[in-house]
Write a protein that binds this ligand. Structure first.
Ligand SMILES: Cc1ncc(C[n+]2csc(CCOP(=O)(O)OP(=O)(O)O)c2C)c(N)n1
Ligand SMILES: [Mg+2]
Length: 910
């Protein structure tokens, strides 16, 4: 950890020094004092900026003249960044705001205490909001703009565990009835309740951002702020100065996602971004940095990353102490103490504080001799002081050219007293006994008598009370209540059929990959007069892999500064074109960042009233298993758009091997309730899915999003078969693609194929018919997930409606009238087809790619995983033998003819 620089200990004036012995040390001290006196003069006559410039010039001069290299220090002394002199005056009524804050505190606490009285173990958090109350209240009363003069608004990412505070405020504002508060964490009660944390899925009119999986909120807020600049630079939104605020925990900063993209924020000069880290020095189990100083550590990191860092450490009570600390003795001492020790000070008496903090030096003791122990123990920290927090926020919103970080020092569980203030157990504290309630009540001046306290009742003064009137007026001035989620966009017009027609026709034998098909479709959509400008292609440094480089030139790569260099490939047709109004978000190698952009673009319909349609294409292996939690958050947020898993399929991605070959992303897509997942085989399937997806999400306004896998194997794309049910079948998950032409055969099979493995199934169909006399129908299964969901939906309905005509799952309807054995093959795990087995009229054989991938070519991989045509033939014959339709010797013979080694290792475990 970086050391806090301290001033040298110096006598009060140079005159005093002159009278000292003039030894060498004395001379140095004298010299230093004279320089400091001069600097004081510049400070008082020229101001801090002039003084700063002068110091820079001095350091430059020393370096030039004599190579003097100053040691690098990333931190500043352990004191407030904004001095008393620079501090903006507080504009509101401190007394009134303190009373309002106390009311919010009380109700937030009561909500948790009551919920746990009702049902032991229901959970909730008191201490997070208790420490952050002032940080929020100053913002609610003075900064959070629900609507700016220019029609924009601020975006706020609230800390998930502070949710009770936001509910309590909404209760006081009259937005949430008492009954809802009574059902905090009991959402299934009649009339509904309140979700534990911010969940737009569960409270779509209230919460905008799910923020409780820690580390995701910091990351998302950066990409959101950047996306706003993107919208502005592309002319989709006017530039209005709305801010993105994120309220974060100091413990949360240990999540790698929290710090992972902070340089993007400074590189992109995101002065619309403000982070407030509540440095209560504690996380769940104990101190964040017992042996260090989290504020100094974070300051160093963020200053190093180019952020404007504002430390709010000491409250106004400390002002005179620090101002009188001319030699920096006190600030040095404050900088020496570890966070673990500070935590001890918070819970100990004033006498302990005096003895252990100031007692290290008689001069320090003298500084506080005018204060009683009681007064000492009540010296407030910066984060609990509205004046300090207001000054910091004001500086933050006025900052230009860089993002701002406010580091506010607070006490966890502030106000809980013996019930947990500053203690290691405080995060988990959910119950207060009557004595503790009394103490809390008295400390915050809640007008409830001792008798009324039992059971921690909610308390709201009448509408016409000064407190309620004040808070309503403040919110009115700031444009309305927050948080509030609403749909701010109007539906778009349906994309015309003509955009997709070419894909219905097929390629007449020309081989193209489904990735190429998708890229061509995207290029066309980008030219569409209705949706073209709304499309947001997002790529984590993989555009060339997917053959998307033509788009660089067509629509440009977004850069907030344009292109400040002559690209090395300028003379080529598809040069790397960066532009201020570039449309592609080329994110570099960050799937987490890219999905954050996806979320920002996919929720702009509600956040900004703009129907941006994100297409995020990435290596399918680095999707669900790497950034699954962010995809889950996207689902909660009702994000719309298309995720495209490129280079998909365990055997379709040749050569790359174990780390790259994805045979399970469709399994990982199963848990996300509002995600539709497709593994299309043909161009026309992709066209049907994307066309319908845009309609459902952006014309009908459904809160769903899509996952499509696309592969890089060149294959001949057939025309869409005729038939009224083909389109609906593609969307529902399956349709009959190629019925057998061999009508007279005795042996029959139904083959299910998906993605690139469909072509192996088609080959198997031929072999079965020509060599083994089996008539096989080929079905294209586009979505096992859709079929599974529909099957369960019907099952459930049937269970709940006994005696009524049972519903028949779509998959069962399709297979019902067919004959023969059932064999499925895909480039994904066997469990996908197996998930449908219960609705199949006959046993199902499933071929899939369970196991680790290998560095190999496609043919070898498909042989290894047993999903190629010959294994599909074998599986079919085996099933026929099991049904006693053929003899096993036919199967044995086939094994030889097909060249299959029956003793080969099992790929699932090798
Ligand atoms: C990814 C993730 N891991 C763990 C948790 C569980 N958890 C909830 S709050 C908390 C401690 C939070 O500490 P801090 O970030 O300092 O916030 P504070 O409550 O102190 O303001 C933990 C570990 C979580 N919500 N998300
Ligand atoms: Mg904390």
């Amino acid at each position: 950890m970086a050391q806090t620089p301290v001033l040298e200990e110096l006598p009060q004036s140079s005159q005093a020094l002159r009278n000292n012995d003039r030894n060498n040390d004395g001379l140095e001290v004298l010299e230093t004092r004279e320089w400091l006196d001069s600097l004081d003069y510049v400070l008082s006559h020229g101001g801090p900026e002039r003084a700063g410039r002068l110091i820079q010039q001095l350091s430059l001069h020393a370096r030039r003249a004599a190579g003097v290299n100053l040691p690098f220090t990333a931190t500043t002394p352990y004191q407030n960044t904004i001095s008393v002199r620079q501090q903006a005056p507080f504009p509101g009524s401190q007394d009134m705001e303190r009373r309002i804050k106390s009311l919010v505190r009380w109700n937030a606490m009561a909500m948790v205490v009551r919920a746990n009285k009702e049902e032991n173990g229901i959970g909730g958090h008191i201490s997070t909001y208790a420490s952050a109350a002032n940080l929020y209240e100053v913002a609610f009363n003075h900064f959070f703009r629900a609507r700016t003069e220019t029609g924009d608004r601020d975006i706020v990412y609230f800390q998930g565990h502070a949710a009770p505070g936001m509910y309590a405020r909404a209760f006081l504002e009259g937005r949430l009835p008492k009954e809802k508060l009574e059902n905090f964490r009991r959402e299934l009660k009649p009339g509904g309740g309140l979700s534990s944390y911010p969940h737009p899925w569960l409270m779509p009119d209230f919460w905008e951002f799910p923020t409780v999986s820690m580390g995701l909120r910091p990351l998302q807020s950066i990409y959101h702020a950047r996306f706003i600049k993107y919208l502005e630079n592309r002319g989709l939104k006017s530039s209005t100065g709305g801010k993105v605020w994120a309220f974060l925990g100091d413990g949360e900063m240990d999540e790698p996602e929290s710090l992972g993209s902070i340089t993007l924020a400074s590189r992109e000069r995101l002065d619309n971004l403000i982070w407030v880290i509540n440095c209560n020095l504690q996380r769940l189990d104990g101190p964040v940095r017992g042996n260090g100083k989290i504020i100094q550590e974070l300051e160093a990191i963020f200053r190093g990353a180019g952020w404007n860092v504002i430390k709010v450490i000491w409250g106004s009570d400390w002002d005179s102490l620090i101002q009188n600390d001319r030699d920096g003795l006190l600030v040095r001492r404050l900088g020496e103490i570890t966070d673990g020790q500070y935590q001890k000070f918070f819970v100990e008496s004033g006498a302990y504080f005096r003895q252990n903090l100031f007692g290290s030096d008689p001069r320090l003791l003298r500084m506080v001799e005018h204060l009683s122990d009681e007064q000492l123990s009540r010296l407030r920290l910066g984060g609990h002081d509205p004046i300090k927090v207001h000054a910091a926020y004001k500086a933050a919103v006025e900052q230009t050219g860089t993002p701002t970080l406010v580091l506010a020092k607070t006490i966890k569980g502030y106000g809980l007293g013996e019930a947990g203030e500053g203690k290691n157990i405080t995060h988990q504290q959910k119950k207060l006994n009557d004595d503790e309630l009394k103490m809390f009540r008295s400390r915050f001046g809640i007008p409830l008598s001792d008798e009324e306290l039992h059971g921690a009742p909610f308390y709201r003064p009448p509408d016409d009370s000064p407190e309620i009137r004040y808070m309503q007026e403040r919110r009115k001035q700031l444009g309305g209540y927050m948080p509030e989620r609403k749909i701010r966009s109007k539906p778009i017009k349906q994309v015309p059929e003509s955009q997709f027609e070419e894909f219905y026709k097929g390629t007449e034998g020309r081989e193209v990959s489904t990735t190429m098909v998708f890229v061509r479709m995207l290029a066309k959509l980008l030219r569409d007069p209705e949706v073209g400008k709304l499309i947001v292609p997002i790529i984590p440094d993989e555009a060339r892999t997917f053959g998307m480089e033509a788009l660089f030139r067509q629509v440009g790569i977004y850069s907030s500064v344009g292109q400040l260099y002559e690209p090395v490939d300028m003379d080529t047709l598809l040069y790397y074109k960066e532009a201020k109004d570039g449309q592609i978000l080329e994110e570099g190698i960050t799937e987490a960042g890219s999905i954050s952009s996806f979320i920002a673009a996919g929720t702009a319909y509600s956040n900004h009233g703009i129907n941006t349609i994100p297409f995020f294409i990435y290596y399918s292996m680095f999707g669900f298993q790497r950034i699954g939690d962010l995809i889950w958050a996207a689902a909660d947020m009702r994000a719309r758009g298309f995720l495209l898993g490129g280079t998909a399929g365990r055997t379709t991605l040749a050569g790359e091997g174990l780390q790259h070959q994805d045979g399970h992303s469709h399994v990982l897509a199963l848990p996300v309730p509002n995600l539709l997942a497709y593994d299309p085989a043909f161009a026309f399937e992709i066209a049907v899915i994307i066309q319908d997806g845009i309609r459902r999400m952006y014309v009908n306004g459904e809160s769903i999003f899509y996952y499509l896998t696309v592969g890089n194997e060149p294959l001949p794309m057939p025309a869409m078969p005729d038939g009224a049910d083909v389109r609906s079948g593609i969307l529902k998950g399956m349709y009959l693609f190629k019925p057998s032409q061999k009508k007279d055969a005795k042996l029959r099979a139904q083959l299910f194929g998906s993605g690139a493995i469909m072509f192996e199934v088609l080959k198997a169909q031929e072999i079965l018919e020509s060599k083994y006399g089996v008539s096989a129908d080929v079905w294209s299964v586009t979505s096992y997930k859709e079929l599974y969901r529909d099957g369960n939906d019907c099952e459930r309905w049937n269970m709940l409606h006994p005696g009524e005509k049972p519903k028949v799952p779509y998959v069962a309807q399709q297979i019902q009238g067919t004959e023969g054995v059932l064999v499925a093959a895909s480039d994904y795990m066997k469990v996908l087809p197996e998930s449908l087995a219960q609705w199949m009229p006959r046993p199902l054989v499933s071929l899939g790619t369970d196991g680790f991938g290998r560095s190999e070519g496609r043919a070898a991989l498909r042989d290894f995983f047993e999903v190629d045509a010959k294994h599909i033939v074998l599986a079919t014959l085996h099933a026929l033998a099991r049904e006693k339709r053929i003899e096993s010797k036919v199967v044995n013979q086939a094994i030889k003819e097909l060249g299959i080694n029956p003793e080969k290792a099992n790929p699932a475990v090798s």
